[in-house]
Design a protein around this ligand. Structure first.
Ligand code: COA
Length: 179
């Protein structure tokens, strides 16, 4: 289930954000304060523009598994500005299809509710698990779109980013059928 954030999520999300394995392809694990700030920013974003990163809750035991949702990419790369989809789950929740299931619901919202013409996703080239989610969703990668993440210094092993695109017609013909 995807839902807005509640105060009880702060502890569980902080534990996910503090896990070095979960955060291996990000800058660094987050402190409790940084993790709380992420929830505050997402909640403010929902109020302001109607989308953001939703909390992912497992129905059977109501456990917080992580998040998935939409953000905006506006950092000067050729494909910007764009709406991007992202995901992050607790380590114990990997390998069970939750990220792809949640992302399909996010894409349905993006195309059907927001009426977007395209959703993109990007990650550092070596993040194979995240790239596999993008591929399962029917997103396609053209190396011509790859870019250097401005968040990393030149020469950093995670600096090269891949871009995956899902134009509305591709969602209509492929993604929706699989959802
Ligand atoms: C990226 C991330 C969300 C992907 O998680 P994931 O568990 O690999 O992806 P899914 O939830 O879609 O699960 C797919 C796997 O579950 C398996 N699976 C098991 N039961 C399933 C089911 N009922 N339905 C679908 N898939 C199922 C699939 O076969 C697949 O296994 P595989 O990886 O061995 O091929 C996770 O690795 C993560 O949180 N990483 C850290 C954060 C991160 O890097 N985020 C991206 C930043 S850009």
């Amino acid at each position: 289930m995807l839902r807005r954030w509640v105060p009880a999520d702060r502890g569980p999300l902080a534990r996910i954000n503090a896990d070095p394995e979960v955060m291996a392809f990000r800058f660094a694990p987050l402190s409790r304060r940084q993790s709380d700030a992420l929830i505050d920013e997402e909640e403010a974003g929902f109020d302001r523009r109607g989308f953001g990163l939703w909390a992912v809750e497992r129905r059977r035991d109501r456990r917080l598994l992580g998040f998935t949702g939409l953000g905006t990419s506006d950092f000067g790369a050729p494909f910007c500005p764009a709406v991007d989809i992202g995901w992050q789950l607790a380590r114990h929740a990997w390998g069970q299809g939750y990220a792809t299931e949640g992302a399909r619901a996010v894409l349905a919202f993006a195309f059907d509710e927001l009426g977007l013409s395209e959703v993109v996703a990007h990650t550092t080239r070596v993040n194979t698990r995240s790239r596999a989610v993008m591929a399962r969703l029917g997103m396609t990668h053209d190396p011509v779109d790859d870019f250097d993440g401005p968040w990393y210094r030149p020469g950093h092993p995670r600096r090269r980013f891949v871009l995956y695109r899902l134009p509305r017609p591709a969602w209509e013909s492929r993604g929706r059928i699989r959802a």
